[in-house]
Design a protein around this ligand. Sequence first.
Ligand code: NAD
Ligand code: 13P
Length: 326
Amino acid sequence: LPTQKVAVIGSGSWGTALARIAALNAAEKKGFDHEVRMWVREREIPGQGLLTEVINSTHENHRYLPDVSLPHNLVAVPELKDVVKDATLIVLVVPHQFLTPVLEELSKPGVLAPNARAISAIKGVEVVGAEIYTFPWLIEKKLGIPCSALGGANIAMEVAQSEFCETTIGVPSPDDAALWHAVFDSPMFRVHPIEDVAGVSLSGALKNVVALAAGFVDGMGYGGNTKAAILRIGLLEMAAFTKEFFPSSSSLTFSHHSAGVADLITTSFGGRNRKCAEAFIKTGKTFAQLEHELLNGQKLQGVVTAEETFRFLQARGREEGYPLFT
Ligand code: NAD
Ligand code: 13P
């Protein structure tokens, strides 16, 4: 079998946490090139030098994943084309609002290896008028390579601290399922492949909208009963929305898998969307202000996704089918 080479596009908190797991596995498992490259947007850190050099010398991403040691075979690289050079397995994990320029760069002739395949760990959707697209679909179209989806109850810092959790990979091909399983599976990060790419991707996007509602409940001072009601209604809307607009998806993704109900629960209790939504109610500040003040450079996905989902439902005249999202 050819040697597989993993590249990670994105170095925020989840990008770095996933890159850490992939690098630990690449160092240990047969069939992988030991070096895993991670794309880092270069900038100068005052008094310390270039960010990539700081990450590569300290083996830590101080801003997005502080106090977590990164394996030495994980290398921060500033140029996208150098990150993906000869890579066969490409993990896309940038906040969804920043993906377009990345895909522009990767789609230039000669940048990607012809046998490359991708996986999207991005939680978001793309809405254009009355059309909605998942990121794996867009990535496949734009890059001309197969793209799977990874999603689950995976708060980045908990994963990076090796607390036990599960994740779901949506991947139709059994061969690709085996490859991605080998890249990420470990005793504390259990990977379950299923065939439903759209379900995994949509669930990851839509649970962020429900998590905002959960944060509003917390901000208003209501208790567990109210929050549980919101989660139940939210889960039903997530599954119904996905089935209505992506009919080949499976409702089991929502009820049985980490990408569904489990991700909804963890995000609605411990995620950034919940945290900022609670503060939104308590302080009356805007989400942009709260993202800036509370997240230290990390990005909210739920607010953008709520707007996109609402615009899409309006364009389709389907608001009454989804009262919580609306
Ligand atoms: P993050 O929220 O930590 O955001 C920081 C990243 O955004 C950095 O890499 C930064 O360089 C980049 N960034 C900021 N401004 C940018 C710009 N103008 N252009 C390009 N990049 C810019 O990122 P993350 O947590 O790694 O999230 C990536 C995706 O993974 C999101 O879709 C998120 O929903 C998903 N996800 C996150 C978690 C988590 O716990 N953090 C868990 C599962 C999935
Ligand atoms: P937040 O972006 O709300 O922190 O959610 C993280 C997540 O997707 C956990 O699986």
